[in-house]
Design a binder for this molecule. Structure first.
Ligand code: NDP
Length: 247
């Protein structure tokens, strides 16, 4: 497989479905060796099999990013198998929407654990190796909800506002090490993300939404664009909405 990412090594978290899965395929098709991490190992193995059949290079690694050791081990596998880590895509995320007054504290914790702490653990693991290499690229999948919020989206938005803040500080901290940081902020994408929402009112509201959503490939293409730029180019932020999405 030949492309803009020949000889690059990428790690993608939350690679078993949706945007993460599409990103594994997109980066592998550009020539990167990809370490695909998530909890559902069988799903990962199916994706890796297809990527390999199409001439790409990928491995599946079972990883719960909320476990700091597992997040570090995921990045460690890239170095063990392929000798380096050029790209980390922090994509793993959960969106458990509900009004704050519902008090679903287990869901608040899960969102902060996966969306914020999981991202930090994997980033911490990757930055050390990238500094030693003198180059690297971290892509954090945020959301339109990382820029604005509305009822029922508050806590999820809080995690994505945190992702944006952490990303911007990190960008400034590591730019002299040749490390680039990109935030990608999708609007509605047709994935499994909403399947985990437990609040019936929110689920009903989402069913009434009548816009054509983005596909996971639309976001994967944006990520491939950002990481495929020459070293002098740092794509800081990409906001992508479906054409019919107002806010
Ligand atoms: P999916 O539900 O399809 O994918 C989420 C991925 O995250 C899955 O691969 C899941 O894998 C993984 N994941 C969840 N928890 C963990 C964990 N503890 N450890 C490791 N992996 C985990 O949804 P999307 O593809 O839509 O979501 C990807 C990202 O995009 C998220 O960060 C989401 O917030 C963001 N986003 C999505 C939008 C949308 O409309 N779909 C809009 C804006 C942003 P597994 O269960 O196997 O661990």
């Amino acid at each position: 497989m030949m492309g803009r990412l020949n000889d690059k090594v990428a790690v993608v978290t939350g690679a078993s479905s949706g945007i993460g899965e599409a990103t594994v395929r997109a980066l592998a098709s550009e020539g990167a060796a990809v370490v695909a991490g998530a909890r559902r190992k069988e799903r990962l193995e199916g994706i890796v099999e297809e990527v390999t059949r199409d001439g790409g290079k990928a491995i599946a690694v079972e990883c719960d990013v909320t476990d700091e050791r597992q997040a570090h081990a995921l990045v460690g596998r890239a170095i063990e198998e392929f000798g380096r880590i050029d790209i980390l895509v922090n994509n793993a995320g959960v969106m458990l929407l509900s009004k704050v007054e519902k008090g679903l504290s287990d869901e608040w914790r899960r969102m902060f654990d996966v969306n914020v702490l999981g991202l930090l653990y994997a980033t911490d693991a990757a930055v050390g190796a990238m500094k030693r290499q003198g180059s690297g690229h971290i892509v954090n999948v945020s959301s339109v909800a990382g820029r604005r919020t509305r009822p029922t989206v508050g806590v999820y938005s809080g995690t994505k506002f945190a992702v944006n803040a952490i990303s911007e500080a990190l960008r400034q901290e590591v730019l002299e090490d040749g490390i680039r940081v990109t935030v990608v902020e999708p609007g509605a994408v047709a994935t499994e993300l909403t399947d985990h929402i437990t609040d019936e009112e929110v689920r009903e509201g989402l069913k009434r939404r009548r816009i054509e959503p983005l596909q996971s490939e639309d976001i994967a293409n944006a990520i491939a664009y950002a990481v495929g730029q020459p070293q002098r180019v740092s794509v800081n932020e990409i906001l992508i909405r479906p054409t019919q999405q107002a806010n």
